[in-house]
Ligand binder design. Structure first.
Ligand SMILES: C[S@@+](CC[C@H](N)C(=O)[O-])C[C@H]1O[C@@H](n2cnc3c(N)ncnc32)[C@H](O)[C@@H]1O
Length: 261
């Protein structure tokens, strides 16, 4: 079991809202985590898919990310490459490169590009790192991590979204292993991870995710109440098992739901 040591609060310039510290509680899993890994429907086609909107992507990266505070060139280059418009539903495809979250069905969203950049940068991973994402949604964040050279595992609780994302990732040629499951318990079979990213907001930090971090790895996670401003945290575990938290600022995410809810 890793030990919680202290929390460091650092204001984040681009997110003005502040929020209280998360209630960090340990939760013992009540049951096993039934994972069903989804096989893609088809093989990846050519890597040139999506080039028709490349100019919009370059603008998105320059004006929404680099001109703010995303400086990690691996993140910026990945987001120049991944065709975001392939990951959004047809009715919002024109808005794919706008500076906002977009609906993807089932009451869920694809995150604002800036937030994808922020969380990817905060993970502080390298090509070859093994990363777990909780909240596959459209598959876009998973594709960005794959484009960064990471080995990506991603979990989605809504079966229809898990299946759609599996197919979109295959169609666009990004390699990620998708499971339709409640990500609360992480993915023990593939742990430890060099980074874990959670793209829905629980009201506390799931202890299994902390336990599945490799030494010096980070968990990037929004924590807070449903429908209000939450706090984006970066929790790191050092080699002696001490956990520290850094407040990255205020955010608003869809709720982290649980099986049976
Ligand atoms: C903001 S959306 C994710 C955006 C996604 N990363 C993308 O790139 O499109 C949050 C996702 O988390 C999923 N989710 C919520 N609670 C979950 C849980 N316990 N386990 C796995 N997925 C969960 C939701 O169904 C939703 O698809």
């Amino acid at each position: 079991m890793k030990r919680w040591i202290w929390l460091i609060a650092l204001p984040f310039a681009a997110c003005s809202a502040s929020a209280p510290l998360p209630a960090v509680t340990e939760v013992v899993p009540a049951d096993a985590n039934p994972l069903s890994t989804i096989a893609p429907a088809q093989q990846p086609p050519s890597t040139t898919a999506g080039d028709e909107r490349a100019a919009e992507r370059l603008d998105m990266v320059e004006f929404q990310l680099a001109e703010r505070d995303i400086a990690d060139e691996n993140v910026l280059e990945a987001m120049r490459q991944v065709p975001r418009h392939r990951f959004v539903p047809e009715d919002v495809v024109d808005l794919a490169y706008s500076d906002s979250a977009l609906p993807i069905g089932y009451g869920q969203t694809i995150s604002q590009p800036y937030i994808v950049g922020l969380m990817s940068q905060a993970l502080d991973v390298d090509p070859g790192s093994k990363v777990l994402e909780i909240g596959t949604g459209s598959g876009y964040q998973a594709a960005v991590l794959a484009a960064m050279g990471c080995q990506v595992y991603t979990m989605e609780i809504i079966p229809e979204l898990a299946e759609r994302a599996t197919n979109t990732l295959a169609e666009t040629g990004y390699d990620a292993t998708v499971a339709n499951a409640d990500g609360y318990f992480g993915w023990e079979e593939h742990a430890p991870f060099d980074g874990i990213i959670v793209t829905a907001a629980p009201d506390h930090v799931p202890q299994p995710l902390i336990d599945q971090l490799a030494p010096d790895a980070a968990l990037v996670i929004p924590v807070g109440p449903i429908g209000a401003v939450q706090t984006m945290w970066k929790f790191s575990v050092n080699r002696t098992g001490e956990v520290t938290g850094e407040n990255l600022g205020g955010v608003m995410f869809v709720p982290f739901t649980r099986s049976g809810e």
